[in-house]
Design a protein around this ligand. Structure first.
Ligand code: GDP
Ligand code: MG
Length: 228
């Protein structure tokens, strides 16, 4: 066989393998999802070094619903119409392999100054010190124009070099034109401070839109760790 053919064969094989990997990663299966621990103390978070992915955003933005949606579990994270209830760092272990972390919401109008200060202290400690934390999904209500508190939080993550992505939630509640418009406004606002945009996702807990993209992103990071 001539050299050129060998190269083309191996290229074909390479393409085939990438295709298989692509298809495989399109169906990240969550076979197991279990609650592990809730606390306000970073020292009490799991110590087994598994990679973790946190979800944060304003109260009522849809964090718990999104966690339930991507894990296909109705009641893994509690959901409620009453904002400001969950004030803990909640760890869930997925496939015995990695963690989802449900963080308390920020910007609850009725929270007292003291509870807000406490929130800031333990959340900022968790976000800045937790080595296992590989990505923070910052949830943003897709129906709203850029909110000061979300911008401040993302700018803070940027300054602290905490890797984060944006997830526009509840996209079932608005038209795709309105969604594009709000997303564009957020991107424009972000680009006033940063040279690059973080990864951007959109989701709906009711239609399950966005599930694969978010899980594939997590899977891609988990896989990249195996190569180290
Ligand atoms: N239509 C719609 N409602 C949602 C979606 N996500 C959350 N909700 C609703 O928004 C409210 C707050 O959701 P929850 O997950 O408890 O928000 P959290 O406070 O951020 O954890 C609940 O009434 C949910 O049913 C979504 O994608 N679409
Ligand atoms: Mg919640």
């Amino acid at each position: 066989m001539k050299k050129a053919e060998l190269i083309s064969d191996s290229l074909e094989l390479h393409t085939l393998l990438s295709f298989i990997t692509f298809v495989k990663s399109k169906n990240v299966k969550i076979t197991k999802a279990e609650f592990v621990i809730s606390n306000t103390d970073i020292d009490l978070c799991p110590k087994d070094g598994k990679p973790e992915y946190a979800f944060i955003g304003r109260s009522n933005v849809g964090k718990s619903s999104l966690i339930n949606m991507i894990t296909d579990r109705n009641k893994l994270a509690k959901t409620s119409g009453r904002p400001g209830k969950t004030q803990l760092i909640n760890h869930f272990v997925i496939n015995d392999d990695w963690y989802i972390v449900d963080l308390p919401g920020y910007g609850y109008a009725k929270a007292s100054k003291t509870s807000r200060a406490q929130w800031e202290k333990f959340i900022s400690e968790y976000l800045t010190k937790r080595e296992e934390l590989l990505n923070v999904f910052v949830l943003i209500d897709s129906r709203l124009e850029p909110q000061k508190i979300d911008m401040e939080f993302m700018n803070w993550c940027g300054e602290k070099q905490i890797p984060f992505s944006m997830v526009f939630t509840k996209v079932d509640k608005l038209s795709s034109t309105a969604l594009q418009k709000n997303m564009a406004k957020y991107k424009k606002e972000m680009l006033k401070t940063w040279a690059e945009l973080p990864p951007v996702f959109s989701s709906s807990a009711t239609s399950k839109f966005g599930k694969e993209q978010i899980l594939n992103y997590i899977e891609k990071i988990n896989q990249s760790l195996l190569g180290d």
